[in-house]
Design a protein around this ligand. Structure first.
Ligand code: SAM
Length: 173
């Protein structure tokens, strides 16, 4: 985990939604058009869930089991305060406290550019996905990260200047 990042988000947790909700919701729409939960028994992870904006959208539209992980206590506190219907877990995306193959779907929106090693973070997402599990990841294009290639994860890459992120959508082989 990069030093100082959790503290930065702790400090901005109360204003995050008013500054970024609209911008993030456009990205969620893009991802959910490509990685659409089926509901029912599916278990869905949002890695780097922040204040729970995507989890709220997921719980409004689909009845799946939701898990959110974030390294900032402040962001998680904000998600709890809003009553986000998900299991919220404090942790590092590069070392997640979940068993291999725990999730049917994993999302991570605008997070991995903040990790120490973005490839490690995506490798962790792959590890916690079931075989055939689907994935929707985005990261800030201005971070200038080369598109990570992770063995065992088959993804299409969408580069969007207007949405400010690079999107990877696909599944675990
Ligand atoms: C730009 S915000 C995005 C939040 C949320 N995904 C959204 O779309 O609104 C980045 C989030 O990643 C979290 N984060 C940064 N580094 C992390 C790490 N190593 N492990 C877990 N979460 C991390 C931050 O605390 C913050 O909540």
């Amino acid at each position: 985990m990069k030093p100082g990042v959790a503290e930065e988000y702790d400090a901005s947790s109360a204003t995050y939604d008013s500054l970024y909700k609209e911008e993030q919701e456009v990205k969620f729409g893009f991802l959910l058009n490509r990685v659409r939960p089926g509901g029912g028994e599916e278990v869905v992870l949002d890695a780097g869930c922040g204040t729970g904006l995507l989890l709220e959208a997921l719980s409004r539209r689909w009845g799946c089991t939701l898990v959110g992980l974030d390294s900032s206590e402040g962001m998680l506190r904000e998600a709890k305060r809003k009553g986000t219907a998900a299991n919220l877990v404090l942790g590092d995306i590069e070392k997640m406290p979940f068993k291999d193959g725990s999730f049917d779907i994993a999302f991570s929106v605008s997070v991995i550019q903040l990790a120490d090693d973005p490839e490690e973070a995506i490798g962790e997402i792959r590890r916690v996905l079931k075989k055939g599990g689907r994935v929707g990841i985005s990261y800030l294009r201005r971070a200038g990260i080369a598109v990570p290639r992770i063995r065992g994860l088959r993804v299409a890459v969408h580069d969007s200047e207007t949405m400010k992120d690079i999107f990877l959508t696909g599944y675990r082989e």
